[in-house]
Design a protein around this ligand. Structure first.
Ligand code: ACO
Ligand code: LMR
Length: 611
């Protein structure tokens, strides 16, 4: 059971917050603080952010945790009744209504309003409501605050590195309060150097009507026995600091209070200056920084002559406490290790890891994708065609025009061969079974193999090896027969010497006309002469023709080495031409059946022999 918190303690190591607004960076910073403080549980119980899902992943050290997200405050509170801090990142437009809702919820004890620009009337209404309900308000227009080693509000105290250098990962003896969040970061560092560090730091915000004043927090620090001295930063404009003067006079503040009111430079301006904070008007008279500093000094605060010796006064005060035995040397916990985000560490050259993938054919990281280092736009600028893209992405070569043309021809001749072939048949059946495009296409492509469409690479290998070895065609045929193997690239179910495959004719004619030499095609045609003697369907089929003409093409180009040609055959690039080309036809058959609204196909039983 968590011990009830003392009234003067707003935040401790068990405090949990509900964060209103999808502020994932601020939440991650709170969790990073929790981690280096070794908190038992995260300080953020939940996020309230309509439409942002049901949870969000965050790092907790190097591990990951899920923080739940709720669409409204009531749901979040009912799920997390122990979360008594409400950090409101709503904009000035909705900060008031969301803060009123939170204040009226019993379990919420402290609300922090980050937004600037909350109308003064609304701010005063919030102050009155909080007073009536006995709640605490920090802000508006604040970065928040921090309980060293225990609880951080949002982005308070800046980077995690600054938090570590300010030793805020463990409590010191100083209570600090300021109007300015920015100056607070500087003061946390100053306190770490001049004292044993802050125990708590609050930025009340720069509005004219803050939800809690500098004095409110000074009096809390006065009550907190763990706080031995108080440091405060006021601002020119307004009268808040005179409340502190009165409290000093009434001896309500007995601990050493080192305080400075910023904005003394206002006096050099000929007219009234409005400084950054809404409440910081460079007014003269008792609202001037000088007037406030001297009033504070007279009332007993320790006030430096300028901001420059603020640090010295703080140090002197702390040393005096140490001499009086009021502060003991802290047992410093080890400086916590800060997990660094991977991308940041990479950017800083702090980490490296081996990549799992290597890609040498394309790169999408630049302004536009590059195929084999050639920007896509250059293909269009140079009026290149699809064959050139294939040359770069498959072969990593800038193929000459006739090679590009040949590839496109090969794609065209293999694009389709009617609905009866096994590939088209499967695609049609799948399409009629209601399958989608990809499934139907894959169904057809799965028939591509050693007998249908997928014989190109085998044909290239066999014919190249036979031809290069100088084997006579008949000897090659006999050797394949002896192995019980069909010659890949030879034979067809319907095409024959008397019913020639014109696709083969197109490729043969092109090769004869354009290639410097066609030794592999010639060899294959010699083989065909022999095989046709056995059966007139044992023609050089389209797979075989693509294979041997491609061998002739590549061997006639001086951009491929012999090794690259052998690699091309060994790896088996060429079946890719059939797969790519035939996909065009299969997709056509898919659409055709969809257009026809063809129903489920069932094979007729009279076409099946039931043994
Ligand atoms: N090499 C040597 N002999 C063959 C070949 C061949 N490629 N194809 C068939 N034969 C022989 C058979 O061994 C058989 O001889 P046998 O009577 O002594 O037993 C005879 O010819 C008939 O064989 P079938 O298998 O009935 O012939 P079919 O016409 O059915 O085969 C097929 C056609 C499957 C294409 C076959 O020729 C073959 O497997 N070829 C090699 C693979 C190939 O190139 N496929 C691509 C086809 S084109 C395309 O798919 C786009
Ligand atoms: C095709 O290209 O699909 C054909 O050569 C195969 C066939 O049986 O027609």
């Amino acid at each position: 059971m968590v011990e009830k918190r003392k009234d003067y303690v707003l935040f401790d190591e068990n405090s949990q917050a509900l964060v209103y607004g999808f502020q994932v960076n601020a939440v991650q910073r709170m969790l990073d603080f929790d981690f280096i403080c070794k908190r038992a549980k995260p300080s953020v119980a939940a996020i309230i952010a309509p439409g942002q899902g049901v949870s969000h992943k965050f790092f907790y050290g190097t591990k990951e945790i899920m923080v739940p997200i709720y669409s409204d405050t009531v749901r979040a509170v009912s799920a997390h009744p122990h979360a008594d801090v409400f950090i409101n990142f709503a904009s000035f437009r909705s900060a008031y209504s969301t803060s009123v809702e939170a204040l009226n919820i019993k379990s919420i004890r402290t609300i922090v309003i980050i937004a600037e620009g909350v109308p003064e009337r609304r701010a005063r209404e919030l102050i009155a409501l909080a007073g009536k309900l006995g709640k605490h308000v920090i802000g508006p227009a604040t970065v928040g605050g921090i309980a060293a080693g225990a609880f951080r509000i949002g982005n308070t105290a800046g980077t995690i590195e600054n938090i570590v250098s300010s030793k805020l990962y463990r409590p010191g003896s100083v209570g600090f309060v300021s109007k300015s969040g920015g100056l607070s970061n500087e003061l946390y560092n100053m306190l770490a150097l001049a004292t044993d560090g802050a125990r708590e730091g609050i930025a009340v915000g720069g509005d004219a009507f803050p939800g809690s004043t500098l004095l409110d927090h000074i009096l809390r620090f006065q009550e907190n026995p763990e706080i031995k001295m108080i440091v405060a930063l006021g601002e020119v404009g307004g009268e808040d600091e005179y409340e502190i003067v009165e409290a000093l006079k009434q001896k309500k503040i007995s601990k050493p209070l080192v305080m400075w009111v910023t904005g003394t430079c206002a006096k050099v301006f000929p007219t009234e200056v409005q400084f950054g904070h809404a409440g910081a008007k460079g007014e003269g008279g008792r609202k001037s920084a000088d007037a406030k500093n001297s009033a504070l000094k007279q009332a007993g605060a320790i006030v430096p002559n300028s901001f420059n010796d603020f640090n010295e006064k703080i140090r002197e005060t702390f040393e005096k406490l140490r001499k009086e035995g009021k502060v003991k040397d802290l047992e410093e916990p080890g400086v916590p290790k800060i997990p660094k985000d991977y991308l940041k560490a990479v950017a800083e050259g702090l980490v490296r890891r081996p990549t799992n993938f290597v890609c040498t054919v394309s790169d999408d990281r630049g302004e536009e994708v590059a195929y084999n280092k050639v920007p896509l736009s250059k293909f269009f600028k140079d009026k290149k065609s699809l064959g050139s893209v294939i040359g770069h992405l498959w072969f990593k070569k800038d193929l000459p025009p006739f090679a590009v043309e040949f590839i496109e021809m090969a794609l065209m001749v293999v694009a389709d061969h009617g609905p009866a072939v096994s590939g088209a048949h499967n695609t049609i059946v799948a399409s009629r079974a209601g399958k989608d495009l990809v499934s139907s296409l894959c169904s057809g492509l799965l028939t591509v193999g050693p007998r249908f469409g997928g014989a190109i690479d085998d044909a290239a290998r066999c014919f190249k090896q036979a031809c290069d070895s100088g084997a006579a065609p008949q000897a090659f045929i006999d050797s394949m027969k002896a192995k019980g193997l069909n010659i890949p690239g030879i034979g067809h179910r319907v095409k024959s010497a008397t019913n020639p495959d014109l696709r083969v004719q197109i490729l043969k004619d092109y090769a004869k006309k354009n290639f410097p030499k066609t030794k592999y095609l010639d060899y294959a045609l010699e083989v065909e002469k022999q095989t046709l003697k056995k059966k007139n369907t044992l023609i050089l089929n389209v797979d075989g023709c693509v294979a041997v003409t491609f061998l002739d093409l590549v061997s006639s180009l001086d951009i491929f080495t012999e090794e690259e040609l052998n690699e091309l055959v060994d790896i088996g690039y060429l079946n890719g031409l059939f797969v790519l080309g035939r996909s065009i036809g299969l997709i056509g058959h898919y659409f055709d059946q969809k257009r026809l609204k063809a129903g489920l196909y069932r094979h007729p039983t009279d076409d099946i022999l039931y043994l």
